[in-house]
Write a protein that binds this ligand. Structure first.
Ligand code: G6P
Length: 634
């Protein structure tokens, strides 16, 4: 939630910051802003002349170092238009794209925020929980506030300390007073050769270039410049100049940190000719699933190899209960995991919304494994749940897509999805990669608990076939678009599924809500008759997920009940099922597979359906209103 980018080096900062903001826009896009340290005119102030070889047009009018700030309500493109034509020459700057928490989206509340003297400018991702008391205190000391945000207090606090301390020590002193979370990038006119960044609970990475540093909330904004990245950890503060990166803890003690080489390529993070990231990511699923299982399935042994669980393998053999904590789409993946693990690994699994788990008194012990599922690895609720689980002595594991993310770092062990960067706000390929990892985990834990070689091999063999089966479903994109056209005017949808496909009903409903702003309810099909059926009439169509599985007959009865009440049905069915055509108004076919793996196939038409309804309504499916890809606040 909220994206931060900063640049310090020899190049003009503005284009780099704008390009980075566009990559971070999935984190929030209600307003954006930029602050650049602008050098004095080279002809006016020879004493402050910029280094030879680094001369550029300067725009500071008065011959002094200045900080130029531009803000805009709306998407980054609006900010870009506002900046066009302005000659902002500086090579040091920070920028921010916002997802509002305190104060409505408007120019005044956009970051970067500054102090009274307009010396200190900062971009913040997170929440200052005690901002009101700090603000009251600062107002008493004479500070004047110009926004409604929690963030602005940080700038004024630093200003206060900067009266007696240098920039670094002022930042350290201010941070000690904050309660809440932050990823921060700060510049100061009085020490114009630096950016200071700090992290507590909100992600920040530092890309190391040649005589330059790029800091960002995630490395999709960095990879264009360098693959060498330092992932900051909570409680760390970095002081960056063009030549140096000093990292200290809150007590100002230096910390030695190694850079990590990041393998994601720039191409992977771009649209590659697709109209939207979401569509590209739907089409990537055969590859992203291959990447998730590559080198991990040992088919001939009916086994899997999960390197990230090596160190806890023995502990896992003693685990009596699993609790999966997650949010949104990742929660729906966890529900499918429950069905898989209970049926095949014979282990009790509970699935909980992380936001509930963190405030309950969950009964955990050392024989409980708590698994966080998270695409971003930064979701605040999921992170808090994992911390709570660790405090209670449980074994914590992560199924995470983003390498180096906080959840990946804080869990005791885990498995990366390797789905590559997911930019579309509505999760697609991350979801199917989560399901794939859960299938592998089922084999892993199942084989520890008496699953036969034959069963292990059957799941492994079928799992290996999934990418090809998905590739076949992708060929139906145009047909699904035609169906979407027929239904685009409806305002309500019911999504039904049973057993393994009940969570897919939830996921299908979530997808269409997220990107098409259509009311949709996901339900267990057997539960429909206990109330929800009252909603059914000719204006309330049902998407019924009914592959040929162990509950097929039950689903057919459910469909008859809907038809008897004049409800329209779009069915997701197994190839060759002619019966269903007689009942449903429209049918989308998926290939046959093992029952536990059907969710990997049945979700694909639902992703397409939501996507096409969204674009037929003319909506921005990659950046739906009110949402953010990664929710790093409570
Ligand atoms: C946000 C996104 C959802 C996502 C959820 C969990 O709400 O809009 O699409 O499923 O966070 O995110 P995570 O990164 O933890 O999987």
């Amino acid at each position: 939630m909220c994206g931060i980018i900063g640049y310090i080096g020899k190049q003009k900062a503005v284009p780099i910051l704008i390009e980075g903001l566009k990559r971070l826009e999935y984190r929030g896009y209600d307003s954006a802003g930029i602050s650049v340290i602008s050098p004095p005119r080279v002809d006016e102030q020879s004493s402050l002349r910029v280094e030879a070889g680094n001369q550029q047009p300067a725009i500071s009018k008065n011959g002094k170092i200045d900080i130029i700030t531009v803000k805009a309500t709306g998407k980054v493109s609006v900010l870009e238009e506002k900046i066009n034509g302005k000659d902002i020459a500086g090579t040091i700057g920070i920028a921010h794209t916002r997802w509002a928490t305190h104060g409505k989206p408007c120019d005044k509340n956009s970051h970067p925020h500054c102090d009274c003297q307009k010396n200190i400018f900062l971009a913040h991702n997170g929440i200052v929980e005690n901002y009101q008391e700090l603000k009251d205190d600062l107002i008493k000391k004479g500070h004047k506030f110009s926004s409604e945000t929690d963030t602005e207090v940080i700038a004024h606090l630093i200003e206060e300390f900067n009266k007696k301390f240098d920039f670094k020590n002022s930042v350290l002193a201010a941070l000690k007073l904050l309660r809440g979370t932050y990823g921060l990038a700060i510049i100061n006119k009085k020490e114009p050769d630096k950016i200071i960044v700090a992290r507590l609970g909100s992600p920040l990475a530092i890309g190391i270039g040649n005589g330059e540093y790029i800091i960002a909330s995630d490395f999709s904004a960095i990879i264009r410049h360098t693959d060498q990245v330092i992932f900051m950890e909570d409680g760390e503060v970095a002081i960056l100049t063009k030549e140096n990166c000093e990292i200290v803890n809150m007590k100002n003690k230096s910390i030695a940190k190694e850079a990590t080489k990041v393998e994601w390529s720039v191409e992977k993070a771009e649209k590659q000719g697709f109209d939207h990231f979401m569509l590209k990511e739907i089409f990537e699923q055969p590859d992203s699933i291959l990447d998730a299982v590559r080198g991990r399935i040992i088919e001939k042994e009916g086994m899997v190899k999960l390197g990230g669980l090596r160190d806890v393998k023995e502990k896992l053999a003693d685990i009596e209960k699993i609790v999966i904590v997650s949010c949104g789409t990742s929660y729906n993946a966890g529900l499918v995991g429950k069905y898989m693990l209970e049926e095949y690994a014979g282990i009790t699994v509970e699935v909980e919304y992380a936001s509930e788990f963190r405030y309950r008194k969950p009964l955990l012990n050392k024989n409980t494994a708590v698994i966080a599922i998270s695409q971003s690895g930064e979701t605040a609720d999921t992170l808090a749940a994992i911390r709570e689980a660790e405090n209670k002595g449980a074994l914590t594991l992560g199924i995470v897509n983003t390498v180096g993310s906080t959840i990946a770092n804080e869990t005791m062990a885990g498995v990366y999805n390797h789905a590559g960067p997911e930019i579309g706000v509505a999760s697609t390929k991350a979801f199917t990669s989560q399901l794939s990892i859960l299938a592998l985990l089922t084999i892993f834990l199942g084989r520890q608990r008496g699953m036969s070689f034959v069963t292990g091999k059957r799941i492994a063999t079928e799992m290996n076939k999934i990418p090809k089966l998905i590739a076949n479903i992708l060929k139906q994109a145009k047909d699904i678009k035609k169906i979407a056209k027929k239904y685009v005017q409806y305002q309500d949808f019911l999504y039904l599924g049973r057993k393994y496909n009940f969570p897919i009903a939830l996921e299908g409903a979530l997808k269409i809500k997220e990107i098409s702003y259509v009311h949709a309810e996901g339900f267990a099909s057997g539960e429909m008759k206990h109330g929800t059926i009252a909603l059914i009439d000719k204006n309330f169509p049902t998407v019924f997920i009914a592959p040929r599985d162990s509950v097929y007959e039950k689903n057919i009865s459910g469909m008859q009940e809907i038809k008897a009440r004049s409800g329209k049905i779009i069915a997701i069915a197994t190839v060759g099922d002619k019966e269903i055509k007689k009942i449903a108004d429209d049918v989308i076919y998926i290939p046959k597979t093992l029952e536990m793996l059907t969710p990997l196939l049945s979700v694909i038409p639902l992703q397409f359906f939501a996507y096409y309804v969204g674009i037929l309504k003319g909506l921005d499916v990659d950046k739906p209103r009110n949402l953010a890809k990664s929710v790093t606040v409570e």
